[in-house]
Design a protein around this ligand. Structure first.
Ligand code: ATP
Length: 357
């Protein structure tokens, strides 16, 4: 039995459907991210799980118990909000203790649990301070300690890192995941940051317009996006629309501009419109004899350990990521031969293919 089960969960605001028929199962101890662009229904889904937003249809089961109509405090879930929502007039220790007081935990046990929670987030020495005397990262940790101290069955995180600067954000991503692994609390996190979702989660739910379009392990989702939207939302992707020219043994040749590019493992049929997808880092420079596609460098961006190039080609603009191996980079205007392993090419559904049918 799954630990958390969302069954056909929907939320309607008047005529507008924010979340539609969402099915999701989460196992005990799992870290699952809800990932998608602004307005796709991530927060609404999290709020329905928390009990702050009433579901219009469907059920929420926690460990087999139907909690769909239960009040938020009865569900007893741990929540970290984007704003942290710390009480400004209370010390760090009192903020963390708050949930235990609500649950009428005795003084001695409460003191011990606050101590442990603060140690867990490396704030043992900060119990006497007020939120205003803390950095953004430290406040975030207080919010986490406050959510975990009640030993919730599920931890809900709503964009928990969005107020932190880039470096601190990366550090906190690692720390938060390590803490979650240590305590083993089943966790659901809302984020619109794909690298955050991919690096932290056991599974990622990619949402678009109120629907879960793909649910899978980060690597699986990255390598096998179900459609063009997922491929572009989860990482960078080159999308090349074309028409199938030949089919043979599960492979297909797709005409894109002046080129016929091969894709394996598809059920495409001749004449069909499709969109090819290839990740920028799967493309490499080669000799002219090995060339699958030639391109002229339009722009280059230095990323430290990598270079990101935009090439103009007969198949349209193509992004390529090359490792910085210390050698001279390609120069704007330079013509470069490109190739990739055929197995790296995918055919994905896109709205443009459907529209052209
Ligand atoms: P963001 O990343 O911007 O927070 P989100 O994916 O979390 O976006 P939600 O907050 O879940 O999106 O909102 C989903 C949709 O539901 C949006 O179009 C939003 O405008 C709408 N919505 C949310 N709350 C209400 C409400 N109380 N009344 C009407 N519409 C609402």
């Amino acid at each position: 039995m799954s630990f958390l089960k969302l069954e056909n969960l929907s939320k309607r605001y008047g005529d507008f459907t924010a979340v539609e028929n969402l099915d999701l199962t989460v196992e005990k101890g799992e870290f699952v991210s809800l990932l998608g662009p602004s307005g796709c229904g991530k927060t609404t889904t999290l709020q329905m799980i928390a009990g702050f937003v009433e579901a219009s249809a469907g059920r929420i089961l926690l460990n087999g118990r139907d909690i769909t109509d239960e009040k938020p405090n009865r569900r007893g879930l741990g929540i970290v909000f984007q704003s942290y929502a710390l009480f400004p007039h209370m010390t760090v220790a009192d903020n963390v203790k708050f949930g235990l007081e609500m649950r009428k935990v005795g003084a001695a046990e409460s003191a011990e649990r606050v101590k442990q929670a603060l140690a867990l987030v490396h704030l043992d020495k900060f119990g006497h301070r007020y939120p205003r005397e803390l950095s953004g990262g430290q406040r975030q940790r207080v919010a986490l300690a406050r959510a975990l101290v009640i030993q919730p069955p599920i931890l809900l995180l709503d964009e928990p890192m969005s107020n932190l600067d880039a470096k601190l954000r990366e550090e906190m991503q690692i720390e938060l995941r390590e803490i979650q692994r240590k305590v083993g609390t089943t966790t659901i996190m809302v984020t619109h940051d794909q690298s955050e979702a991919l690096s932290m989660s056991d599974r990622v739910v990619v949402m678009e317009a109120g629907h879960a379009v793909q649910v899978g392990k980060p690597l699986e989702t990255y390598e096998n996006p179900v459609n063009a939207f997922v491929s572009q939302f989860v990482g960078k992707a080159n999308l090349l629309p074309g028409t199938v020219e030949w089919v043979r043994d599960g492979s297909a040749g797709v005409r894109v501009g002046n080129h016929v590019l091969e894709v394996q493992g598809t059920a495409l049929t001749v004449g069909e419109r499709t969109t090819l997808c290839i990740r920028p880092e799967k493309i490499e420079c080669c000799t002219e004899a090995e060339e699958q596609l030639g391109g002229v460098v339009a722009s280059s961006f230095f990323l430290g350990n990598q270079w990101l190039y935009r090439f103009e080609t007969d198949c349209g603009d193509i992004l390529v990521i090359l490792k910085n191996n210390g050698q001279t980079s390609c120069q704007p205007g330079q013509r470069v031969s490109l190739r990739w392993p055929t197995s790296a090419m995918r055919a994905v559904e896109s709205a443009a293919d459907a529209a052209s049918m």
